[in-house]
Design a protein around this ligand. Structure first.
Ligand SMILES: Nc1ncnc2c1ncn2[C@@H]1O[C@H](COP(=O)(O)OP(=O)(O)O)[C@@H](O)[C@H]1O
Ligand SMILES: [Mg+2]
Length: 234
């Protein structure tokens, strides 16, 4: 669920009314600068903090690839509903309706800079969770979990949800072995096709192999991958 508040020309706050009653009190600039200056727990581009007592994750959108060298965080403006964050939010809402395990969006800020915009997203933090790819650096995970992970990816694919960057660290696992998928920038609902589904699966496999190549003793084996694929095809 989302509402839109426009604090000034060229600035939009998208917010989840379940968590935010007065968007005019939500000061994302202050949140962002506080996070930059504090020794906040940071993982990749994301920072953990509390929003009115609610464990949350703040993420600024950065460009990848070659463009990033000249333009770190500005995207071409073609309307609010076309922004990266707006699309990610809509996808997160659709997945929540399907009861898929993904983060709940809390707020987003979109700021125009002439022809461009920059953007941030705040989601609810999944507590007691770590990236799956990190967990395997220290412990091994039961075959049953690998199968459940495969089954989970199958469920996303069955609903036509294409994850644009499904790697080992965009899967979170909680203390109770519950699994979540995160980081849906550029992801979308897509006409189902084995071609993109296989690409997603191969990308994930490459990411496990890549970590393993630089971490001797990494708890990832061909048997683990077979278990994942068993779950995926079940
Ligand atoms: N909703 C969330 N709950 C808990 N941890 C999260 C959440 N979103 C992100 N993280 C943590 O932050 C890391 C980076 O976030 P992510 O959205 O994957 O951004 P990126 O990979 O682009 O830096 C994740 O690997 C995870 O450890
Ligand atoms: Mg990520």
């Amino acid at each position: 669920m989302k509402k839109i508040y426009q604090p000034s020309t060229g600035e939009y706050i998208v917010y989840n009314p379940e968590f935010i009653q007065s968007p005019e009190e939500l000061d994302i600039y202050t949140i962002q600068s506080d996070l930059k200056s504090s020794k906040n727990t940071q993982r990749g581009q994301a920072s953990f903090f509390e929003l009115n007592g609610l464990p949350s994750v703040f993420k600024h959108y950065y460009r990848g690839g070659l463009v990033a060298k000249v333009n770190q965080d500005k995207y071409l403006w073609t309307g609010l509903t076309n922004t990266r964050v707006y699309k990610e939010w809509e996808l997160l809402d659709s997945m929540a309706i399907l009861k898929l395990p993904v983060p709940v969006p809390i707020a987003a800020r979109i700021k125009r800079h002439g022809l461009f915009y920059s953007t941030d997203l705040i989601t609810q933090r999944i507590m007691n969770a770590k990236p799956f790819g990190e967990i395997l650096k220290t412990i091994s995970v039961d075959t049953s979990v690998w199968e459940i992970l495969g089954k989970l990816i199958q469920t996303f694919h069955r609903h036509g949800i294409y994850h644009a960057d499904l790697n080992a660290n965009n899967i979170l696992m909680t203390h109770e072995n519950d699994l979540y998928l995160i980081d849906f920038d550029k992801s979308r609902m897509r006409m189902k096709s084995v071609t993109w589904m296989n690409k997603v699966i191969h990308r994930l496999q490459r990411s496990f192999n890549k970590i393993k190549s630089s971490h001797p003793g990494y708890h990832y084996s061909p048997e683990n991958w077979q278990a994942l694929m068993r779950g995926y095809h079940s």
